[in-house]
Design a protein around this ligand. Sequence first.
Ligand SMILES: [Zn+2]
Length: 284
Amino acid sequence: MPLENMNAMLGKAAGAGYAVGAFNILDYNSTKAVVLAAEETNAPVIIQTSAKTVIFWGASAIISWIRQLAGPSRVPIALHLDHCKDLDLIEECIESGWTSVMIDASSKPFEENLSLSRKVVQMARPKNVTVEAELGAIVGVEDDIHVKQQDSHLADSDQAIKFCEDVEPDCFAPAIGTAHGVYKGVPKIAYDLLEEIAAKIEAPIALHGGTGLADNVFKKCISLGCAKVNISTQLKYAFIDGFVAYHNANNIEYNPLKVIDAQFDALKAGIVEKINLFGSSGKV
Ligand SMILES: [Zn+2]
């Protein structure tokens, strides 16, 4: 199937109480793991690229893998640019065939975040590309965006309403207490805030900082209105650990294709498990 933007898949998910998994890929092997996991579970899926990954490989290489894998696939697939501050890179991705982009101007003052996010919506919408925008600061490290604990702040519900009315994002990422990277201690999620925002805005909500949350936390956030759940750190670990574990168990064998296969299996197993947890299996 041709790539889709996020509108139809998130709209369906938001109305039916499940979430679509958004998985950050690193290369061809991890992209294949996302697509085959989605096919195995018969689930819609969002393939995400960090800005750093796009710069590392180049947009044309990435789009060629995606088209090769998604073209023959029967599940709905969106290609989304995760946290991006750079309008030129956003434009390059839109021109190259990404079907969705995220503008992350959350570190800017409110009015500046609003105007930058609105600008990206104006760039993307005529091309049928969906836009995710963020409000508040999600703690941790995402790509090269570092937010220290003391600088993190939750989204404000009145500002969230104004932001969504003015920007009209297709997906909204409010900071609700989750963090990027690996959790140190138990995360404190502002469920009340999530519930309040979800009730007052139309856009489906994205949950960032998914890696390391307990199953019941995912389920509660999804039941309160999160229709997109981002998984990145988990895949970074599976990418490296899948490789290393195979080599450690077979360290006299230097067969790269077997190592790549072991890495693929580790990645795909984790993605299948998350798709099932988020309730999107069978929802094509
Ligand atoms: Zn994020």
